[in-house]
Write a protein that binds this ligand. Structure first.
Ligand SMILES: Cc1ncc(C[n+]2csc(CCOP(=O)(O)OP(=O)(O)O)c2C)c(N)n1
Ligand code: SF4
Ligand SMILES: [Mg+2]
Length: 330
């Protein structure tokens, strides 16, 4: 059966993203799922240039450009400002790179997650600071080349597990997604839209110049990341309920790595070490998925159905804001 994509396009063609840019395809699908009533907040990253600068824009929805470290808190401020003006039906989405999320924006994101601020936060992860010349970030994978981890000093530490960090905040929804699996991608974005509170989507975004591969291989490489179990597609509700959304084939990791120049130096021993690490992480994820039926998921502060906090913080303050015209909250 063929999967039909939504017809509505909210990303103009002719933008300045590189050919084969995974993040640009991800933006296209994201806006198709979220629809016109979306405001996008973008910190410094590749996508602040792809989105364009006022009065030019590649998006058909409003954009706020913000400082590198402030994606989450700026989006949260926009949402509160809208509510103060009585506008409640607009989704506010922060759209940040891995540098802006795993590293410099983590403090702001953690604060918003702790407060369960009512935004969708998307990290498009191309595994380095691409806009400024492929510098290493804490999302860069083990043994990868970057311009700050040059031959022979390749990245010595594993990629930071951002999903576990967000899960530890017990936010209503967190999911991984890949533009190579559009149906799964759109389902997750629509689910995020249907919930309230902090919703976090982690997208692995292939990057031809940064990963060093020809642009026509972009989707093939994105698919291989999933099918080798390097980037499993799963979701976490309330920081506890884990579910796999796509069963990967379990191909050897070499199938993914050998297509990218950033890994062209790997020895057999290093390849084995990467495979062992992927197998270990997969087993750990499976344990959490199996625990789904046995752990007491209802515990904690958040309401399973709505994604709203049961405690006074989000739900009550929301009501209060409405009752008081919410001017004092801005
Ligand atoms: C405080 C601050 N430090 C550094 C920069 C320079 N800078 C702009 S974009 C960027 C890279 C962003 O990397 P990432 O968030 O991974 O997005 P990508 O460029 O990879 O899409 C950097 C370092 C900045 N704008 N502000
Ligand atoms: S450098 Fe990478 S992330 Fe940036 S626009 Fe090009 S392909 Fe996309
Ligand atoms: Mg990046």
């Amino acid at each position: 059966m063929r999967y039909e994509l939504p017809k509505e396009e909210l990303l103009y063609s002719g933008h300045i993203g590189c050919p084969g840019c995974g993040a640009s395809l991800a933006m296209r699908y994201t806006l198709q799922a979220l629809g016109k009533k979306t405001m996008v907040v973008i910190p410094a990253c590749c996508w602040s240039t792809v989105a364009g600068f006022f009065p030019s824009s590649s998006l058909k929805v409003p954009i706020l450009h913000c400082l590198f470290e402030t994606a989450a808190i700026s989006a949260s401020g926009v949402k509160r400002g809208l509510i103060a003006r009585g506008i409640e039906d607009v989704q506010v989405m922060a759209w940040a790179g891995d540098g802006g999320t795993f590293d410099i924006g983590l403090q702001s994101l953690s604060g918003c997650a702790e407060r369960n601020d009512d935004i969708i936060y998307v990290c498009y992860d191309n595994e380095a600071y691409m806009n400024t010349g492929v510098q290493m970030s804490s999302a860069t994978p083990f043994m990868s080349w970057t311009s700050t981890t040059p031959n022979p000093a390749f990245k010595e530490t594993p990629k930071k597990d951002i999903m576990e960090i967000l899960a530890a905040h017990r936010i209503p929804y967190a999911a991984t997604a890949s533009p190579a699996y559009p149906e799964d991608f759109l389902n997750k974005m629509r689910k995020a839209k249907s919930l309230q509170g902090l919703r976090f989507i982690h997208i692995l975004s292939s990057c031809p110049p940064g990963w060093k591969f020809p642009s026509e291989n972009s989707l093939k490489i994105s698919r291989l990341a999933v099918e080798t179990k390097i980037f499993p597609l799963y979701e976490i509700e309330n920081g506890r309920r884990y579910a796999l959304t796509h069963e990967p084939k379990g191909l050897p990791v070499g199938e993914y790595l050998k297509l990218q120049g950033r890994f062209s130096h790997l020895s057999q021993e290093q390849l084995r070490a990467i495979q062992d690490n992927v197998d270990e992480e997969w087993a750990f994820l499976m344990e959490k998925i199996k625990a789904r039926g046995t752990r007491k998921m209802e515990s904690g502060f958040r309401n399973q159905e709505s994604g709203k906090k049961l405690s006074s913080k989000s739900g009550e303050s929301h009501k209060k804001m409405k009752a008081q015209g919410a001017r004092h909250m801005v």
